[in-house]
Design a protein. Structure first.
Length: 124
């Protein structure tokens, strides 16, 4: 199972690259795909060119938190490089939504890393 979790981290690190642009200029970035192995853990995540005001979401393949945590802030679960100020909130039992405090910088690639030490894959 640890091997699969390592793969989840790798795909999130590669796949959560978010290129932000207000112009027609585009960056060709090869985003990681959710492989068959990872589909047991991940259903979808924000990637590609997004609006500078967009939230960043990770949708898990199954419930990873109890219903009581819906709407609560998830601390130390996700970090970005370059750093993004904001908060991650459990939108439902399967969806983590990161809401940036400010607009994201245009023409910037962000890489998100999920902290698997939180062990929310143990639920239920």
């Amino acid at each position: 199972m640890r091997k699969h979790l390592s793969r989840v981290l790798l795909v999130l690190t590669i796949g959560m690259c978010c290129s932000i642009s207000c112009k027609k200029d585009t960056l060709n970035i090869n985003y990681g795909a959710i492989t068959e192995d990872l589909s047991a853990y991940l259903y979808a995540y924000t990637s590609g060119m997004i609006s500078k005001a967009s939230p960043i979401q990770i949708r898990f393949a199954q419930s990873v938190v109890e219903e009581a945590k819906i709407g609560s802030v998830a601390t130390n679960v996700i970090r970005f490089s370059p750093s993004i100020n904001g908060e991650a909130v459990w939108e439902d039992t399967q969806t983590l939504r990161f809401n940036p405090s400010d607009y994201l910088k245009s023409k910037t690639t962000y890489i998100g890393t999920l902290n698997l030490a939180e062990n929310f894959f143990q639920y239920p």
